[in-house]
Structure formats: structure tokens, C-alpha cells
Design a protein around this ligand. Structure first.
Ligand SMILES: [Zn+2]
Ligand SMILES: [Zn+2]
Length: 307
């Protein structure tokens, strides 16, 4: 295939599957390619890659490399010494990773902010004093997605592309348990860096409230996993931000969560992450036609939101 997409900025002819111009980095509007192209999808989601995934193992050395790769995205772009989590510093830190913008729309009226396709959207109505903690929360979601992507890239020895991105988006929202892990993780990061601005595990409590019949063992496992991942996100962020000491002295952890949180070992955490990735991959492969459409739609949203 040698179809090209012309950059609207500098007119350079880029390969059609590129999302930004090689020459000038301008965003390329190639949504149509990603909703109509089956080749890239099947090049990633096929039986050969399924076999490779099954044979691979997510070792702690590999996982360390994954975390370093993520830290490097920031370190290559900013040379900040760790500072406090003010709005200004957070915008600098998030810049190499995600786009932060205000959302004027009427979507999600109950939220302060949300994370969608590599964008952090802050509701225009959000009180300015809550914006840093909101950015930190959403950025944690993004970093968790980045961990999933980098693990996939490592396990399959594959470059990042939009289907790797949509795989991570799909996985992190696939069911209530993984959503619980993600929300618990993001709130733990807020609790750690901005204890006095931390408003509690609101979205975890909301999810538990909305889903009263969840299997309790699975629910607890989801919280333990979220807790384990929060430590890695904190580890990444400590390269850029120093946690703020609480004005009130002691921070009481996990307030409002009725389950005692068990610390997972590194092996338990990596097993869980590996299983999430391979299971999601298997499900995509079992239902290829529908999943091709679902993941393509996610990519289309991503391209539109980033243009
Ligand atoms: Zn260009
Ligand atoms: Zn959240």
C-alpha cells in the first residue's frame, strides 16, 4: 500500500497510517483510513501475535523498562526538577503526554474533569482550586493506559500505532472491575500528592453504589490491583513532582473504602496485568468483526478530538 496523506500545514506526503506529519508534526486528519482499513487491525490482532503473547512473560525487568520508557517521554521534553503540584507545573509535566483543555460542552455535568482519548478535559464549571487535583487524577488514568500500551509494545515487539492506543482504551474500560482498579489507582495518586485537596474516593464509591451486586472477591482484587498500579504511577510522577505535606499532619489512607487493602507482590501485580492484556487480546480475536469496528471507532474519536 502506498497511499499518502498530504500534510495540510507543510504539504509533505506522509504514509497514510501516520497520525502526525513526519516533517512538521502537524496533526493529520486520517480518520477515514482508520475506520475503513482492516489491514492494520489484522496485522496486530492475529493468531501469530496471540501465540507470541501466550509464550511471552511480563518479567519485572521488562516492566522496569516499560516504566523507564514512560518517564523518558517526559524527561526528554522537560528538564524540570521536581516541584509541587501546582496548576502551572502540572501543565508542564503533562504536556509531552496529553493535551489538557477546557470543556465548554454540557457533557458529563456531574464531573470536574474526564479523560478521553489522550485528552484531559476540565469542565469550565470546575472550581480553579480543584483543577490541579483533577489534572493529577486524569493524568494517572493516562499513565495507566500508557503502561498497558508499552507492555503490549514490549510483548509483541511492535511499534505504537492507533490500534495499540485503542487496545489500551478498550481494556481500561472493559468492565466494572478494571474501572474500579483505575479509579482507585487515580484517587490514590491524588491522596499521595495533594492530601489536603483530596476529596475522597468519590468515583470508586460511585461505581460501587451503581453496581451493588459485584462479586466481592473480584471487587477486592480490583482494588488491590489498582493500589499496586498506583505505586508505579507515583514512582513515575515523583520524577517530576514532590508530594505536598499535609497541613494537618497525618494522612489517613483509604478513607471511605470499607475493604482493607492488601499489598500485592510484584509477581502478583505483573501476573494480573499480563492476564488482563492476554484476555482482552483473546476477546478481540474471538469477535474480530465487531471489535474491528469498535476499535476503529475509538481511533476515529481520538483523531477528531486531537485535531
Ligand atoms: Zn507537515
Ligand atoms: Zn477517574
Amino acid at each position: 500500500m502506498n497511499k499518502k496523506i498530504k500534510c495540510p500545514e507543510c504539504e509533505y506526503e506522509n504514509p497514510i497510517n501516520f497520525t502526525s506529519c513526519i516533517k512538521c508534526d502537524h496533526r493529520l486528519k486520517n480518520a477515514q483510513y482508520y475506520t475503513e482499513n482492516y489491514k492494520d487491525f489484522y496485522e496486530l490482532f492475529n493468531e501469530d501475535n496471540q501465540r507470541i503473547l501466550k509464550k511471552s512473560k511480563l518479567t519485572d525487568t521488562a516492566y522496569d523498562t516499560v516504566l523507564y520508557n514512560i518517564i523518558n517521554i517526559g524527561e526528554d521534553n522537560i528538564q524540570l526538577l521536581p516541584e509541587k503540584a501546582s496548576m502551572h507545573n502540572l501543565l508542564n509535566i503533562t504536556k509531552p503526554y496529553v493535551k489538557v483543555q477546557y470543556d465548554n460542552s454540557k457533557r458529563f455535568p456531574a464531573y470536574l474533569s474526564y479523560y478521553s482519548y489522550n485528552n484531559i478535559l476540565i469542565k469550565k464549571t470546575t472550581d480553579p482550586s480543584l483543577i490541579p487535583t483533577a489534572i493529577l487524577h486524569e493524568f494517572s488514568h493516562h499513565l495507566f493506559n500508557e503502561i498497558i500500551k508499552q507492555c503490549m509494545m514490549h510483548l509483541l515487539n511492535h511499534e505504537k500505532n492507533l490500534f495499540i492506543e485503542s487496545f489500551a482504551w478498550y481494556l481500561s474500560l472493559e468492565n466494572t472491575f478494571i474501572e474500579l482498579s483505575g479509579e482507585f489507582m487515580a484517587h490514590k495518586v491524588q491522596e499521595y500528592f495533594l492530601p489536603d485537596d483530596f476529596e475522597g474516593f468519590t468515583s470508586v464509591i460511585q461505581l460501587l453504589h451503581d453496581n451493588p451486586n459485584l462479586d466481592e472477591e473480584k471487587l477486592k482484587e480490583a482494588l488491590y490491583f489498582g493500589n499496586a498500579i498506583s505505586k508505579d504511577i507515583i514512582y513515575i510522577l515523583e520524577h517530576f513532582i514532590t508530594p505536598q505535606a499535609s497541613m494537618y499532619g497525618t494522612v489517613f489512607e483509604n478513607v471511605g473504602i470499607e475493604y482493607p487493602i492488601v499489598e500485592l507482590s510484584v509477581d502478583e501485580k505483573l501476573d494480573k496485568l499480563y492476564t488482563l492484556i492476554t484476555d482482552a487480546f483473546d476477546r478481540i480475536l474471538t469477535d474480530k468483526v465487531e471489535m474491528q469496528a469498535t476499535l476503529s471507532q475509538m481511533n476515529k474519536n481520538y483523531i477528531y478530538l486531537n485535531c
